[in-house]
Design a protein around this ligand. Structure first.
Ligand SMILES: CC[C@@H](C(=O)O)C(=O)SCCNC(=O)CCNC(=O)[C@H](O)C(C)(C)COP(=O)(O)OP(=O)(O)OC[C@H]1O[C@@H](n2cnc3c(N)ncnc32)[C@H](O)[C@@H]1OP(=O)(O)O
Ligand SMILES: [Co+2]
Length: 134
């Protein structure tokens, strides 16, 4: 069902500082910061030849990455995002198999303008999984 690795997300407290590490120390191509108010985060994408790194910084009250950063104050890998051809078909199969789809279960539009869903980390080897429609 899952296809390409779309991105690996890293949660950070200071996205400007993290962007500088990737741009200046690691020599990567780094995008501008974009606010994603529907998701409670700001994002920066690092473009690598075979995938992307998504830097996440909390935005507003009740950000979904706030607790994660409380537990991991230096930041850390927050989720992996896999592409699927049909996100609603993937959701329905995963639910039928007993996996927990987060939120209200309806896809939201993600950072790439495509539908995304999140799956509970306890059902996927301790890793929060994002699905993005290819
Ligand atoms: C920009 C848009 C989009 C894109 O297009 O790329 C994005 O990436 S948005 C990214 C941010 N959005 C989300 O993360 C949405 C989904 N997340 C959630 O619904 C919640 O954050 C959560 C995963 C259900 C966690 O809930 P929370 O209340 O924050 O924490 P808990 O303490 O209740 O966590 C329960 C349990 O799970 C462990 N956990 C939490 N987060 C992670 C994680 N990222 N990776 C691995 N494990 C995680 C947490 O430690 C708890 O475990 P125990 O302590 O053992 O109970
Ligand atoms: Co993501």
């Amino acid at each position: 069902m899952i296809g390409r690795l779309n991105h690996v997300a890293i949660a950070v407290r200071d996205i400007a500082k993290a962007s500088a590490v990737y741009r200046d120390t690691l020599g990567a191509e780094v995008s501008e910061k974009v606010a994603q108010p529907d998701h409670g985060v700001s994002t920066v994408f690092i473009h690598l030849p075979n995938t992307k790194i998504e830097l996440l910084e909390p935005l507003g009250e009740g950000s979904p990455i706030a607790k994660f950063l409380d537990k991991n104050p230096d930041g850390g890998i927050h989720h992996v995002c896999y592409e699927v051809d049909d996100i609603k078909a993937a959701r329905d199969k995963l639910k039928a198999d007993g996996a927990r789809v987060l939120g209200d279960g309806e896809p939201k539009i993600g950072a790439h303008g495509k539908p995304v869903l999140f799956l509970h980390p306890k059902d996927f080897c301790g890793t929060l999984v994002e699905l993005e429609q290819a």
